[in-house]
Design a protein. Structure first.
Length: 304
């Protein structure tokens, strides 16, 4: 039996790097960054991707600069809306599965209970709107897709995540101010990568009827909820226990209004894993457990 050929876009991002480790070994993996497949140039995607003839396209690339998107709306929509729609066209031409990563920012955050996949999106930012329209473009073009929404992503790779920012600030300062009125689920990129690999394995090993039942939208985050303040306190507690060089003495809780940013954030963006858990066969790890494991991996990094 021939190996499935997977084309992974966004290979250099924090999720893309984890996916390269997590995707099944019984596949031919072609992992590319934006120097090869640039979602900012959607008109080039057909000529670059079609010759590869992938059986599965995994799109882990996105425009994720949430605040900058407010002033770069055209670029955000090109990368997050137009190009995923083109990817759906390409997947349809090839008869390939399209796996696409989306976000909690498609919701407005006004609920007080976890969002399920069928809840109505109401994005409040340019970034959230671009991601929602990207989802809709895929749904309109090609039914053989898996859209995975996640949230509050951090990882050992890359620089721009909350954990690494807190570790840097905790090394430089005696106190930091962190908002305590935004609630979500911190999620390790490695766990997302494992979940996607599990979905792909389940799809690959199923007959066509079962595959049809797998298509659609899913939520995946680590279990448990926290505010950004809770998350920061946990980061410093776990890091201190592992011997990270810190001089932080206190984390000061503040409100969102005390730390204004260009893009509005959902006040509550907890996503329910109830739909995906039966497919994965086990619940997601708790966020505190995954944070501890991620920091243990960072201990091995000489740059810390």
């Amino acid at each position: 039996m021939a190996k499935s050929r997977i084309l992974l876009l966004g290979a250099q991002g924090q999720l893309g790097q984890e996916l390269q480790k997590a995707l099944p070994t019984m596949v031919e993996l072609i992992a590319v960054g934006k120097e090869t497949v640039n979602l900012a140039i959607p008109e080039q995607l057909h000529e670059v991707i079609l010759p590869v003839q992938p059986d599965i396209i995994v799109n882990a690339a996105a425009y994720t600069a949430v605040d900058r998107a407010e002033s770069e709306a055209e670029l955000a929509h090109t990368v997050n809306q137009k190009s995923p729609t083109v990817l759906a066209e390409i997947a349809k031409t090839l008869g390939a599965l399209l796996v696409h990563i989306s976000t909690d920012y498609v919701f407005d955050g006004t609920q007080s209970h976890p969002y399920i996949e069928s809840d109505s999106p109401h994005p409040q930012s340019v970034y959230g709107h671009s991601k929602w329209q990207g989802e809709e473009g895929i749904r309109h073009i090609w039914n053989q897709h898996i859209i995975l929404r996640t949230a509050w992503v951090y990882g050992t790779q890359g620089k721009g995540n909350f954990v690494k920012t807190m570790l840097r600030l905790g090394k430089e300062r005696s106190d930091v101010r962190v908002v305590d009125d935004q609630i979500g689920s911190p999620t390790w990129a490695k766990d997302i990568g494992d979940a996607i690999a599990s979905l792909i394995h389940h799809w690959s090993s199923s007959d066509s009827a079962t595959q049809a039942e797998i298509y659609g939208t899913y939520h995946f985050t680590n279990r448990g909820v926290a505010s950004w303040y809770d998350f920061a306190v946990a980061i410093f507690a776990e890091a201190e226990s592992l011997g990270f060089p810190l001089q932080i003495e206190q984390v000061i809780p503040i409100t969102t209004s005390e730390y204004p940013l260009p893009a509005p954030r959902p006040a509550y963006s907890v996503l329910s894993n109830s739909k995906i858990t039966p497919i994965l066969g086990k619940p997601a790890p708790h966020w505190r457990q995954s944070l501890r494991q991620m920091l243990k991996e960072l201990v091995q990094d000489s740059s810390i």
